[in-house]
Design a protein around this ligand. Structure first.
Ligand code: BTN
Length: 253
């Protein structure tokens, strides 16, 4: 699009004053054949979706709630790669606009100074061996004030305004996210997952560090090696490399 100066992301733009969830709307539009690069954005969401069936608090007028429809020709087992792509895009946009040290937390949170500033929820429409489309869902806290963040959250949260001590232009931040996504998506289409993996690991503090992974019934201790092509965290422990698909990763010592 002309002012955005992107090639794919933002070819079509769908804006809502209020909606249930931009991800749900994107899934509906995707099924109806919406073009690749369609961006949905809402001022507020009544039913913002978080990971693991959680709710994503979506107050009006302060943050970015957006979903992007992509149609890469990939098998469904490669789809998790796009979560890492959107994580790098958001981290880079934050670094670019705010010069803040945005870092990634495996599998898909964006942190500033150890506090969550953005969450990602990608959803998939696919057959056994082909992806129809992917919805990249991004919730980025931009101008939320500290008193708007519920004390009941399971993790410490923040916003760009809290970290910068001043409000930001949401349009500027959103455009930076879309441009970074567009660049990284071209890189991904041309060169595959390798450069995305490297870029993600460059925003990740735990490569080479000792961690404890708690996933339901089992606890594992080892040294983080990086991520696999399916998004699994690789942890070297007791002479083998374990693939971790879910769990909480805690640095040790
Ligand atoms: C998480 O649990 O960390 C993921 C949160 C993802 C929230 C975004 S807001 C825009 C998009 N629409 C949704 O309903 N969810 C995602």
């Amino acid at each position: 699009s002309a002012r955005l100066q992107t090639r794919i992301v933002g070819r079509e733009l769908v804006c809502f004053e209020e909606t249930d969830s931009t991800n749900l709307q994107a899934l509906r539009l995707g099924e109806q054949g919406a073009t690749e690069g369609t961006v949905l954005v809402a001022e507020s969401q009544r039913g913002g979706k978080g990971r693991l069936g959680r709710h994503w608090l979506s107050p009006s007028g302060v943050n970015l709630y957006t979903s992007i429809i992509l149609r890469p020709r990939i098998p469904p087992w490669d789809a998790p790669q796009l979560t890492f792509l959107s994580a790098v895009a958001v981290a880079r946009a934050v670094q670019q606009v705010c010069a803040l040290p945005a870092r990634v937390k495996w599998p898909n949170d964006i942190l500033i100074n150890g506090r969550k500033v953005a969450g990602l929820l990608n959803e998939l429409s696919a057959e056994t061996d082909a992806v129809h489309f992917v919805v990249l869902g991004i919730g980025l806290n931009i101008n939320m004030r500290a008193d708007q963040i519920p004390a009941s959250l399971r993790y410490p949260a923040t916003s760009l305004a809290i970290e910068m001590d001043r409000p930001l232009s949401r349009v500027e931040v959103a455009c930076a996210v879309y441009r970074q996504l567009d660049d990284l998506y071209h890189l991904y289409l041309n060169e595959g997952f390798d450069p995305i993996r490297l870029a993600w690991e460059a925003c990740f503090d735990l490569v080479g560090e000792k961690v404890r992974v708690e996933s339901g019934d089992r606890t594992l201790s080892g040294i983080v090696q990086g991520i696999d092509t399916d998004g699994a965290l690789l942890v070297a422990a007791a002479g083998t490399v374990e693939r971790v698909l879910a769990g909480d990763v805690v640095p040790v010592g």
